[in-house]
Design a protein. Structure first.
Length: 125
């Protein structure tokens, strides 16, 4: 029997060690476990919150297709109102044409900052 998790969050087991990766961009692996998203070509699930205590523990994810705002770790300086995708480390970078987008910045931010973004589930045009 299938289960359902209603709402704007999803919890699943981690498929890799995500300790220290709170506010990083994540996706599903082939086993439906949560792992870091590593490029703008990935199907982004959302952003990790409440990181696991062990390498194989559950991960709470704020879904990309939800409403409102959340936080993400930035890899580069970003201007306000730009589309976001993942880099190889699961951090937010500027999305380019054809890349999967999970959000839009609300204000400018600097590299390494935990920045607020507006949730948006689309592809950059």
């Amino acid at each position: 029997m299938a289960t359902v998790q209603p709402g704007e969050r999803y919890t699943a087991l981690s498929g890799a060690d995500l300790r220290g990766k709170r506010y990083h961009i994540v996706k599903f692996d082939a086993n439906a476990n949560v792992v870091l998203a590593t490029s703008g070509a990935d199907t982004i699930l959302g952003v990790s919150d409440y990181e696991p205590r062990t390498a194989s523990d559950a991960v709470d994810v704020v879904l990309a297709n939800g409403a409102g705002t959340f936080k993400v770790k930035t890899a580069t300086n970003l201007a306000a109102n730009v589309l976001l995708t993942a880099n190889a480390s699961g951090q937010a970078v500027l999305a380019t044409t054809g890349q999967k987008v999970f959000g839009r910045t609300l204000r400018a931010s600097v590299a390494g900052e935990i920045a607020e973004y507006y949730k948006l589930d689309t592809v950059a045009a």
